[in-house]
Design a protein around this ligand. Structure first.
Ligand code: NAD
Length: 383
């Protein structure tokens, strides 16, 4: 079975789906790997490293003719010539990547129509046995780290406390809203830089995790705010009001606010409103990691910096691409774990076994149909 690794074509995407270290492992597992010329260029992996690891380096046509094509960004749909990556895939082939299936109806319909068996990395269930395949977590780790570094660069204060001949400078006050994977990494990074950090969430389990990183937990813990899977639910109007009042006070005392709050399948909750920003000091910074799903801050514009009364609001997009080497390594390990889970040990071909929970949960299209129920509902609803 041939695994194809194209160059990423999405503007600003610097990651690659498979790094040379993973090529080695895939070849050891009995698979062939075809990598597009220059695919690893932006993440620091050169063609000769791929060849040394056992891959064939070829042009895009050879890569898209593979049995399984793996990417980071979703395949491009529409556009003339080779721009339409879905059309380049061969009928009956498989595609594995981040597909944003619930918000990409055109792409999902095109994959089904082209008879592609597609797997969405975001839909890999967050169960213990699938942890090695969890690209949401691996990329959120990178995102949280990048967010803190960006904040440190953009804010007008030091992060650590400094005692110098010119006197003492107090540490920066950092508030992280949403203590999931990205938020916890943002907290850990801000702590390492010496800031005084507070973590805010609504899930009770988050309190202990925030405190274990040496930060102060300041959230409103709502027992009913957590689903069985450990995710947050949308909060009621009364709870929103309570949260608003507390966050207003916390934002006003912070030099940096990093927001990461998400509710799966819903637009991001708006937690920071204009009146709160008006009470923040000029020179402070808000980094909004929820910008891709609408933003946690009323003023957020995706991929833009909005400045209001001296407060910068940065709508950070595709942050994981900002650390392409490690983000690619981690993603590539996730891809390797998922592929080897699904490849039949004897025939060395992809086995689409819907009895298997991981396959069933992340397979979006198969045999010309949208097989993933939630995706089918959302694609249907958008028709
Ligand atoms: P996420 O990206 O869905 O959300 C980020 C955070 O925002 C969450 O902590 C959530 O509680 C918080 N949030 C949502 N609404 C909020 C609001 N109104 N106010 C404040 N905070 C709000 O989260 P995630 O990073 O994907 O992690 C979600 C959960 O999944 C966590 O409990 C995590 O430990 C768990 N998880 C489990 C596994 C596994 O078992 N394999 C892997 C990764 C994550």
């Amino acid at each position: 079975m041939k695994v194809g690794v194209p160059r990423e074509v999405l503007q600003g995407e610097r990651r690659v789906a498979v790094v040379p270290e993973t090529v080695n492992k895939l070849v050891d597992a009995g698979l062939e790997v075809v990598v597009e010329k220059g695919a690893g260029e932006h993440s620091g992996f050169v063609d000769s490293e791929y060849t040394a690891a056992g891959a064939t380096v070829a042009d895009a046509n050879a890569v898209f003719a593979s049995d399984v094509v793996v990417k980071v960004a979703p395949p491009q749909v529409g556009g003339a010539g080779g721009a339409d990556e879905v059309k380049r895939l061969k009928s009956g082939a498989a595609f594995v990547g981040l597909l944003y299936p619930l918000t990409s109806p055109e792409l999902i319909r095109a994959l089904a129509a082209a008879n592609i068996t597609s797997f969405s990395m975001e839909l890999v269930p967050r169960i213990t046995v699938a942890q090695r395949m969890d690209a949401l977590s691996s990329q959120a780790t990178v995102t949280g780290y990048i967010a803190t570094l960006l904040a440190a660069q953009e804010v007008d204060t030091f992060f650590p406390m400094l005692t110098t001949a010119a006197g003492t400078i107090p540490p920066a006050k950092v508030l992280v809203i949403g203590a999931g994977v990205a938020g916890l990494q943002a907290i850990a990074t801000a702590r390492r830089l010496g800031a005084r950090v507070k973590g805010f969430d609504i899930r009770p389990a988050a309190a202990e995790q925030v405190e274990s990183l040496g930060a102060q937990f300041v959230g409103v813990t709502l027992e009913e705010a957590e689903t069985e899977g450990g995710y947050a639910k949308e909060v009621t109007e009364e709870q929103k009001k309570q949260e608003h009042e507390l966050l207003h006070k916390l934002c006003a005392e912070s030099d940096v606010v990093i927001t990461t709050a998400q509710v799966p399948g819903r637009p991001a909750p708006v937690l920071i409103t204009e009146d709160m920003i008006a009470d923040m000091r000029a020179g402070s910074v808000i980094i909004d990691l929820a910008a891709e799903s609408g933003g946690n801050c009323e003023l957020t514009r995706a991929d833009e910096t909005v400045v209001r009364a001296g407060v910068k609001v940065i709508g950070l997009m595709n942050a994981a691409s900002g650390l392409p080497r490690n983000a690619s390594q981690m993603y590539s390990r996730n891809i390797h774990a998922l592929l080897t889970h699904m490849v039949d040990a004897e025939s060395k071909t992809l086995k689409v076994d819907f009895e298997d929970e991981i396959t069933r949960e992340c397979c979006v299209t198969h045999d010309g149909e949208i097989v993933h129920e939630r995706t089918r509902d959302s694609v249907g609803a958008s028709a």
